[in-house]
Design a protein around this ligand. Structure first.
Ligand SMILES: Nc1ncnc2c1ncn2[C@@H]1O[C@H](COP(=O)(O)OP(=O)(O)OP(=O)(O)O)[C@@H](O)[C@H]1O
Ligand SMILES: [Mg+2]
Length: 376
């Protein structure tokens, strides 16, 4: 399998939605954050799972893809177009690279913001060979004009190009080989429905459980030559917010700590002490997570409040809040998205050391009356 990457420089780390290391962002210079990310991106490549066997968790996804690969191979066809969605760092790019390897085809990597002009996407499409995979990251950010070129390309394997301008303009069609488009996105709701409908398979990636993450931590510790025991790996996994990329990042931070403050071995107490120092709390929340919840509780009495107000009060942008921070806070039940806005749950109050307001007690009292009467 060959990997051909045509991302614009600097796009690899996807700065807009990558999480920074868990220190207070305002305390660190932008350059320091960027150089740290570039360094970690290099490592990310070395830790990418190379086969379905190495790819932990996501059982349902792997089952669906296993069938799709076997069927396509037995018919000698290319894979259907695929759309992967889910929060950052759950393995969308990794699974796409594995698929290319499984199908034994070339994969061309690009990202939607790099496809600004019609010639950008046309240039990629004409390079494709039969069966190749075209991977477009952040596909919800495709410019409309590029998206319209993709419709006939995906459906009829045809590239329609407009030649000339104004009255002299005419459309020429160039046949394309059968290829597979893989789109990855953190915001499936932002895709237009004509584009979404052209994908044969749409798959969501899920957060990983602690056991799966601990397995990833141990595998990567072996690859990086870091001595670690199982409780140490489990502690890192518990604080990795269900996300392999974060587990990898924490593993490296804890390794540094173990080498400087201990004998280099990662055990549970070492992992706890290191992560406390880096302000990653026992549920994996970092400074920004806690600030979001604290703002919700202190300034808005627990909500409901619109995401825009929350963004303004915390200095984060709404997209980052929605794509990066909220999914995990909702997954662990600390944040509720209601029609009237975001709310902090009683569990969030308790986690931050506040007493939940009375209205929650009333709600749970009503709930228990309902359930006592079998009406829940
Ligand atoms: N299932 C998995 N098993 C083992 N490691 C994984 C798995 N998924 C992801 N990883 C690790 O997490 C890192 C990030 O994964 P990946 O880049 O595929 O995420 P992504 O979903 O594409 O994120 P983004 O939305 O930011 O592009 C990988 O380099 C790999 O080390
Ligand atoms: Mg990716």
């Amino acid at each position: 399998m060959a990997i051909i990457s045509s991302r614009p420089s600097g796009a690899e780390g996807e700065p807009a939605k990558s999480r920074t290391a868990p220190a207070e962002p305002a305390q660190r210079s932008r350059a320091a954050v960027q150089s740290e990310r570039a360094h970690e991106d290099q490592h990310e490549e070395s830790l990418r799972p190379k086969s379905l066997g190495d790819y932990a968790g996501q059982k349902d996804l792997k089952a669906v893809l296993g069938i799709a690969v076997a069927a396509a191979k037995s018919r000698g066809e290319s894979l259907d177009h695929l759309l992967f969605y889910g929060p950052p760092g759950l393995g969308k790019t990794s699974i796409s690279l594995i698929l290319a390897r499984e199908m034994n085809v070339q994969i061309h990597l690009t990202t939607a913001p790099a496809l600004e002009r019609p010639r950008d996407i046309a240039g990629l499409l004409v390079k494709l060979q039969r069966g190749d995979i075209l991977f477009i990251d952040e596909i919800h950010r495709l410019p409309r004009i590029t998206e319209e070129i993709l419709y006939p390309a995906m459906e009829d394997y045809r590239l329609d190009i407009t030649i000339g301008k104004g009255q002299n303009a005419r459309i020429t069609s160039v046949p394309l080989p059968r290829f597979t488009l893989i789109g990855a996105t953190t915001r499936v709701g932002a895709l237009s429905s004509p584009l979404r409908d052209r994908f044969g398979l749409i798959q969501r990636l899920r957060f990983y459980d602690v056991e799966e993450l601990a397995g990833i931590v141990i595998r990567n510790a072996v690859l990086l030559n870091i001595p670690i025991d199982e409780p140490g790996a489990a502690e890192i996994a518990r604080r990795a917010r269900g996300t392999p990329r974060i587990a990898n990042r924490l593993l490296k931070r804890v390794r540094d700590y173990a080498q400087v403050e201990g004998d280099g071995r990662i055990t549970e107490p070492v992992a706890c002490a290191a992560l406390e120092l880096f302000e990653v709390d026992p549920r994996g929340l970092d400074w920004t997570d806690r600030r979001l919840l604290a703002t919700l509780i202190e300034h808005y009495n627990g909500g409901p409040v619109g995401v825009e107000s929350l963004a303004a009060a915390t200095g984060e942008d709404t997209q980052t809040i929605e794509e990066v921070y909220e999914p995990y806070l909702m997954q662990i039940g600390y944040l509720l998205r209601t029609a009237r806005g975001r709310m902090a749950s009683p569990a969030a109050y308790r986690h931050l050391g506040y007493a939940p307001p009375q209205r929650f007690e009333q709600v749970s009292l009503l709930d228990s009356i309902d359930s006592a009467h079998g009406r829940n």
